[in-house]
Write a protein that binds this ligand. Structure first.
Ligand code: C2O
Ligand code: CU
Ligand code: CU
Length: 461
């Protein structure tokens, strides 16, 4: 396997800043490819945050904020990001949910070498799908994501969607104490169970904020679970609210209902009809308030149509799997108590396995032994079996899949990149293996992923 050479920042030439956007430096990466491109320079660096009033938290941030700078691109266009590493550790960026070539996928030793402190890496790829996505490192993940290296990536529809107003809400619980100091991002006893939870809830880096929304208008709320561990049981009591997209893929609009379980890595796009001026709604995780949504008058120019429910969002160009001819592969997600001793070389313990294999994050060659080999262009059904009493948001890189059915609840089939596999649940998903490469397939509870629940799936001719 060959990788793009690492690049060293000190030797950087030919980079000229052409303008300052509100979201940071926009600059010129060289000759544009065919089509439009959206160019960013994204610096990852330490940043002190005041998460707890009066106290500093030594976070790590993209573009000077945590969660990171929002990147926006239009469907079908190029996203070009020069990632500059000013962290004290090596890093990479993975573009969660984006179907792209392997070399841009940000997985160390599989798609690229780690970007060392002081180095940079140019990511450039075309985005085929519109929707709410996000980005994060794929190396020492519990600490890097835990310290704040998570950010939204919004892909706008090719044509105006009909939404006039929108907000991006990144949900994260910070692993901090009352003084704002970080505690452990991953504890063995928690990693072996549901994952290590953070204590302080936040939306866009603020605990229990009040968010002003335009009264009487329909607002698209893009909710992104960028947390390491938690499944948020989202609900908005007494609100007129419809689901428009799940994990970046449109669904036929339907009411949010009692609650929606948004696992780590997952996203939901809601349309909320904001009530009359002065009314407050509570966005909650189960019974716990995450934010207050306050209806305000004339916050922004009221555009025509802003109070109407937009039509369903257009489908993304994801290949429809041929379920009738598909080959079925089985994946069991198991808990392995017997492996729970520290390994001889001090590597993280392993508590989890997929089909009897535990991924070892300290072994650079794990991806050379894919758990499954798919033939390019063929359709597959994956039967996912959760053998444990903890849920696993199962995520696949490089391709979207269609959720077909579950033994636990009624499924309206839909495309996604992450499926929340409940306690002892079995589910069937299907996909067309249309992207060649070695793709990570893992649980998005970060300390599950780091203690075994990851595998590589190879797609080749
Ligand atoms: Cu959010 Cu391996 O990914
Ligand atoms: Cu991903
Ligand atoms: Cu898991």
């Amino acid at each position: 396997m060959s990788f793009t050479r690492r690049q060293i920042l000190a030797g950087l030439v030919g980079l000229s800043v052409v303008g300052l956007g509100a979201g940071g430096v926009r600059y010129w990466l060289g000759r544009p490819r065919a089509g439009n491109s959206h160019d960013y320079e994204l610096i990852a660096a330490p940043l002190d945050l005041e998460l707890v009033p009066g106290h500093q938290t030594p976070a790590w941030a993209y573009g000077g904020r945590a969660p990171g700078q929002e990147l926006r691109v239009r469907q079908g266009d190029w996203l070009r990001v020069r990632f500059i590493n000013h962290l004290p550790v090596s890093s990479t960026i993975h573009w969660h949910g984006i179907r792209l070539p392997l070399a841009m996928d940000g997985v160390p030793y599989v798609s690229q070498l780690p970007v060392l402190p002081g180095e940079y890496f140019d990511y450039q790829f075309q985005v085929p799908d519109a929707g709410s996505f996000w980005y994060h490192p794929h190396i020492t993940s519990s600490e890097q994501l835990g310290r704040g290296l998570v950010g939204p990536l919004i892909v706008e529809e090719r044509e105006p969607s009909g939404f006039v107003h929108e907000r991006t809400l990144c949900l994260k619980n910070w692993h901090v104490d009352e003084q704002g100091a970080f505690g452990a991002f991953s504890l063995p006893r928690e990693a072996a169970r549901g994952g290590t939870p953070g204590r302080l809830s936040s939306i866009n880096g603020v605990h229990a904020p009040t968010l002003d929304l335009p009264a009487g208008q329909v607002v698209r709320l893009r909710l992104l679970n960028v947390d390491n561990t938690l499944t948020y049981r989202l609900n908005l009591p007494d609100a007129e609210v419809q689901i428009y997209a799940l994990d970046g893929n449109p669904v036929a609009p339907r009411p949010l209902g009692k609650e929606y379980w948004l696992g780590p890595g997952m996203r939901i796009d809601l349309a909320l009809k904001v009530p009359a001026v002065g009314t407050e709604l509570s966005l909650r995780n189960g019974p716990v308030r995450l934010a207050t949504l306050r209806a305000q008058a004339a916050l922004e120019p009221v555009a025509a149509g802003g109070s109407e429910w937009p039509p369903a969002l257009p489908a993304n160009p994801v290949s429809e799997p041929d379920v009738a001819s598909a080959e079925t592969l089985r994946f069991s997600f198991e808990w392995v108590g017997s492996l729970s001793e520290n390994t001889a070389n001090g590597a993280p313990r392993s508590y989890w396995q997929i089909n009897g294999e535990a991924w070892d994050i300290s072994n650079k060659n794990c991806a050379d032994k894919p758990i499954a080999k798919l033939q390019l262009g063929k359709s597959y059904i994956f039967e996912l079996r959760n053998m444990a009493q903890y849920q696993h948001p199962i995520h696949l890189h490089g391709m979207s899949f269609k959720v077909l059915s579950s033994n636990r609840h009624q499924v309206i089939p839909y495309f996604t990149d992450t499926y929340l596999l409940g306690k002892n649940e079995s589910a069937r998903i299907a996909l067309v293996a249309d992207n060649p490469g070695s793709w990570m397939f893992h649980c998005h509870v970060i300390d599950h992923m780091e203690t075994g629940l990851m595998a590589a799936i190879e797609v080749a001719d």
